[in-house]
Ligand binder design. Structure first.
Ligand code: HEM
Ligand code: HEM
Length: 226
């Protein structure tokens, strides 16, 4: 694990380069997939987005489908790399644990000024839940998306029932994912969570913040440093 205390800089190394590349590849490909997927529904002609200067392509099915396919390739590459990399290294820090729902309620209440926050590990309980929720939605989108690719191949006929259910699941998973992303971004409305933002850009977060809030992680890092 690359995590370590950088005492001279008063920072803690939280995320390595590859974690940051995976995060931003998933974020960019997801936004492209949502935008191009909604374009296929097709919504942009109805709401006249395609009449705005430079946006005529948004209602062209062949363009939105090509964007959808290329962004899907990016997403699948990033997700596969993420699973293999952390699987081989047996990194389990971000997976949900027993009692995470109760702990998340305590963390949110504490941020609203009610009660004390529990001692946190590298990830807060609510982040472990967010990871599982977003991860599940993405995997469901990938599996149902691959079946839809199969359906588009010449000579493949999956039957109307299967196509109906796969499309319904693909769309439902998109709604779940959008809720997950909204909650993920809303978390940064709380000042206390904003200390995590630099970590996804530079890999480092403030040492005092880690000492104050991620006590379990801090103690492990301090022990490792000795
Ligand atoms: C502008 C958009 C985004 C920003 C500013 C952002 C920021 C961040 C930051 C700072 C972290 C690290 C928190 C930590 O160090 O513990 C993080 C983690 C994460 N991000 Fe994002 N993110 C964005 C978009 C997305 C999108 C689109 C997805 C998914 C499709 C996503 C999925 C995740 C997941 C699963 C984690 C790990 C769990 C968690 O911390 O909730 N992010 N993000
Ligand atoms: C963030 C991830 C994704 C989102 C939000 C998303 C969203 C959508 C939406 C809204 C549609 C249009 C409605 C429909 O036909 O179901 C669609 C269609 C489709 N998606 Fe996705 N999708 C995602 C990922 C994927 C992936 C990973 C693949 C491929 C592996 C994929 C393949 C397809 C295909 C083939 C279609 C149908 C195009 C057609 O009408 O022939 N999608 N997607």
């Amino acid at each position: 694990m690359a995590d370590k205390i950088l005492a001279g800089e008063k920072k803690v190394k939280r995320h390595g380069f590859s974690v940051r590349v995976v995060h931003w590849t998933v974020a960019v490909s997801t936004f492209l997939l949502i935008f191009s997927g909604i374009g296929q529904l097709p919504v942009y002609r109805r709401y006249m987005l395609d009449r705005l200067p430079g946006l005529a392509w948004t209602s062209d099915f062949s363009v939105t489908l090509a964007i959808h396919y290329w962004a899907a390739v990016l997403l699948i590459l990033a997700v596969t790399y993420h699973l293999v990399y952390h699987g081989l290294r047996r990194d389990r820090g971000i997976l949900p644990r027993r009692g995470d729902v109760r702990q998340s309620v305590r963390i949110i209440m504490a941020m609203l000024g009610q009660g004390e926050e529990p001692e946190n590990d590298k990830y807060l309980a609510e982040q472990r839940l967010a990871y599982a929720f977003i991860g599940f939605s993405l995997l469901l989108l990938i599996v149902t998306g691959l079946v839809k690719v199969l359906k588009n191949l010449p000579g493949v006929d999956l039957g109307a029932d299967i196509i109906f259910w796969v499309t319904a699941l693909h769309n439902a998973a998109m709604v779940l994912l959008m809720l997950g992303i909204a909650a993920h971004l809303a978390a940064f409305l709380f000042k206390e969570n904003r200390y995590l933002l630099p970590g996804m850009f530079t890999g480092k977060v403030d040492l005092d913040y880690v000492r104050r809030r991620h006590q379990l992680w801090y103690r492990r890092l301090a022990q490792k440093g000795r």
